[in-house]
Design a protein around this ligand. Structure first.
Ligand code: C2E
Ligand code: MG
Ligand code: MG
Length: 717
């Protein structure tokens, strides 16, 4: 049989004459016809061959009747949509009804009229095509609804009739039987706190009001999901002028994942992941709301900033995990002390803040107290918090004792808006940190002036940097017993127009806080390289200049390329340079430090550990780091007159020797100190005893000669 595009009709009839007549009429009408002489043969063929476009089925046949064949055919997976026309010999209503019951599409009575048959078949085929398309659209719709997790319903309000899509039920995680017939039946599945809102929306919908609503539903397994429902009156009506019955249409979408993602994003944006406390951002927002309320109610509110003392040391000596635990414990204690609970969600529309404790920075917590009666009351609370922090933390085999400093500011006494209030508390905290006195410090006008001065100084330092008016001086480092200058430390100097020389610790810390330390160090390195290049022919072969770097510089990924570039331009070999870094900076991130020090060593740049002994770093770590020199901090040299100072200096020298490191003693001022150091095997000395920091020209003059051992220049009592 040749395959064509002509519609294919399978004709099933036991009567050969009917087959001949009908077959001829159909073939003439452009149909492709195949024949079966019995119901059994027809079913066998249908199972074997392509499904025809239409089946013409005689009712009365020996063996399987047409009704039975039709029933069986409809039960086949491919048979549901094939149009079947029954040929009834008798035009009685009973067999017509029976034909439809069996699943027939249409019927036609014998004897057959050829043109009527063709007409009927064309009509049925067209209807079947539409049916198929409809079914396809329907399944496409269902498919996309499933993908979009979109369920739908249609509610004929007056008749209390609701039709819900299969996907709708799936969104509720259960079977359709779990739903009562009314529209309100959904309420049973709505999470109790949201029920009133949904009921009110349905109430409105009864009057034709559209709504869009997000609410939570409860699945049979108890899990809670979030859905978004949109409902509106169905478009159009009868269109004949009569008022149409109210039909509401709705769609429901599961948005649990989106909501969760949003919550996670908010959580990340507003909460500190370590302690679970609100973060600085959230604290600030809450503060803004509190400040407005404070002004409106003519009340007082206080902000406190709590900073843990020497927290970096805990991290360094006990490891970051312990450090994290300590922060969690302190966060928890502060919260308890303030009777605080953590808000479930960040403010959506500027509601009242419901928390009092936040984590503002690494070891800094913020406290917000509303409605404090007086400044004294705020100070009392601060005192209580301090005691709470000071209770030792017990960890296995250890007790960690902590202390803190707290800056306090009160509105409206010290500031009139949120930002100023927080700033005032931070200013007070800075004062508490700098002075070694009271751990709790209340903001004052005098602090404001000092803060303003610092602000002014910041602008002036910026200007000095831009103009390049900072200077670099060199302090010789002398080796014994040769008494020659083998090294010099570069130290930056700032001569301020009106203030005179500004002490480096003051403007270096300012530069670190403001990021100006990066251009500042760059300037120092450039000056040093220029000076080395100028003096090159007067420098001993292994003479080096050591340059101080801050933590910010060390963590700067452009540090090494920048240094290489400066050295290359000045034509200075890297072996002329040593960098000084404090232990705290090196220990902050050991992996990073190991790799960076490795890179410096590869290039021939040496590294000294500055102020050694003050950072309480674990000596074991030192073995891992590629450092070349230890500089014993000045404070230990000054204690050389007592037993403890001697013990520390001896320990450092012993350690350096075992690791093959050079040792420099800093701040040597007296011959007694010099004597004690030389006796213990320390051969490199830096201090006022030999020389103060000096201009490069003077340094050059010292390089070629053997130095005198001076008399004590700074006699002590
Ligand atoms: P440091 O790196 O420990 O430098 C040694 C400091 O001790 C210098 O103070 C030096 O003048 C002082 N000093 C040296 N011998 C004696 C002595 O016998 N007695 C006393 N009392 N002091 C002595 P300076 O120049 O004021 O610098 C202080 C700190 O500022 C330095 O401590 C260093 O941490 C920092 N600093 C200085 N210049 C720079 C720089 O260019 N970059 C960076 N990042 N920091 C710098
Ligand atoms: Mg130094
Ligand atoms: Mg030092």
């Amino acid at each position: 049989m040749t395959q064509t595009d002509d519609p294919h009709v399978l004709m099933v009839d036991d009567d050969p004459l009917t087959r001949l007549v009908a077959g001829t009429a159909l073939r003439e009408g452009g149909f492709r016809v195949s024949e079966a002489a019995s119901g059994e043969e027809a079913l066998a063929r249908l199972d074997r061959e392509d499904v025809p476009d239409l089946v013409l089925l005689d009712v009365m046949m020996p063996g399987l009747s047409g009704f039975e064949v039709c029933c069986q055919l409809r039960a086949r997976p491919w048979g549901a949509l094939v149009p079947v026309i029954m040929l009834t010999g008798l035009e009685d209503s009973e067999s017509v009804e029976q034909a439809f019951d069996a699943g027939a599409t249409d019927f036609i009575s014998k004897p057959i009229n050829g043109s009527l048959l063709r007409f009927r078949i064309r009509y049925v085929l067209r209807a079947a095509r539409l049916m198929k398309e409809l079914a396809r659209n329907q399944s496409r719709l269902e498919h996309s609804q499933r993908i979009a997790r979109l369920g739908s319903w249609e509610w004929t309000v007056d008749e209390e009739e609701v039709e819900r899509s299969a996907q709708y039920f799936r969104l509720f995680g259960g079977a359709p039987e779990a739903f009562g017939p009314s529209m309100e039946a959904v309420l049973e599945h709505v999470y109790a706190p949201d029920r009133d809102r949904v009921a009110a929306a349905l109430e409105g919908a009864r009057r034709g009001q559209a709504y869009q609503l997000t609410y939570r539903i409860v699945w049979p397994d108890g899990s809670v999901r979030t859905v978004l429902e949109t409902a509106e009156p169905a478009a159009g009506g009868e269109g004949d002028g009569r008022s149409a019955p109210l039909v509401m249409e709705g769609s429901l979408q599961d948005i649990t994942e989106q909501v969760d993602a949003q919550r996670r994003i908010r959580q990340l944006a507003y909460f500190d992941h370590l302690t679970g406390l609100p973060n600085r951002e959230f604290f600030r927002e809450a503060l803004v709301v509190a400040a407005v309320r404070c002004l409106r109610n003519d009340s007082r509110c206080a902000v406190m900033v709590v900073d843990l003392d020497r927290f970096a040391r805990i991290n360094d000596s006990l490891g970051p995990e312990r450090g994290d635990q300590v922060l969690q414990v302190i966060g928890h204690r502060l919260r308890e002390a303030m009777g605080d609970r953590i808000p479930a969600d960040p403010p959506a529309g500027g509601g009242m803040p419901v928390f009092r404790v936040a984590r503002l920075a690494a070891d800094e917590f913020g406290i917000l107290v509303q409605d404090v009666g007086s400044v004294d009351e705020a100070l009392e609370i601060a005192g209580r918090l301090l005691r709470v922090v000071q209770v030792p933390i017990r960890v296995p085999q250890q007790e960690i004792a902590l202390s803190a400093r707290i800056g306090v500011a009160v509105m409206p006494d010290h500031a009139c808006d949120a930002d100023a209030l927080l700033k005032a508390a931070e200013t007070a905290l800075n004062r508490a940190k700098r002075s070694n006195g009271e751990p709790v410090s209340l903001f004052s006008e005098e602090m404001k002036i000092a803060a303003l001065l610092r602000f002014t100084l910041e602008g002036e330092l910026r200007k000095a940097l831009a103009e390049g008016s900072l200077q670099v001086v060199y302090q010789p480092i002398v080796t014994l017993p040769e008494r020659r200058v083998v090294k010099a430390e570069a130290l930056v100097r700032w001569f301020h127009g009106t203030r005179g020389a500004v002490p480096p610790p003051e403007f270096i810390s300012l530069a670190e806080e403001t990021g100006m330390i990066v251009p500042l160090s760059r300037l120092v390195i450039e000056r040093v390289c220029r000076d080395i290049a100028d003096l090159e022919d007067r420098l001993p072969p292994d003479f080096r200049v050591s340059i101080n770097l801050s933590g910010v510089n060390f963590m700067d990924v452009r540090l090494i390329p920048t240094v290489e570039e400066i050295l290359r331009r000045a034509g200075v070999p890297p072996t002329r340079i040593e960098f000084e870094l404090t232990e705290t900076v090196l220990m902050r991130d050991l992996d990073y430090a190991t790799s960076t020090l490795g890179q410096l060593r590869e290039r021939g740049i040496r590294v000294a550990v500055d102020d050694f002994g003050t950072g309480y770093s674990s000596l074991a770590y030192l073995r891992r780091l590629a450092v070349d020199t230890l500089k014993i901090d000045r404070s230990f040299i000054h204690e050389l007159s007592d037993g403890q100072g001697i013990a520390i200096v001896e320990a450092v020298i012993g350690l350096a020797r075992s690791l093959g490191l050079e040792v420099v003693a800093e701040g040597v001022e007296t011959t007694a100190q010099l004597q004690a150091l030389v006796e213990r095997g320390c051969h490199q000395i830096q201090g006022y005893l030999f020389a103060r920091p000096m201009a490069p020209g003077l340094l050059a003059g010292m390089l070629s000669r053997v130095l005198e051992i001076p008399e004590d220049p700074l006699p002590r009592g």
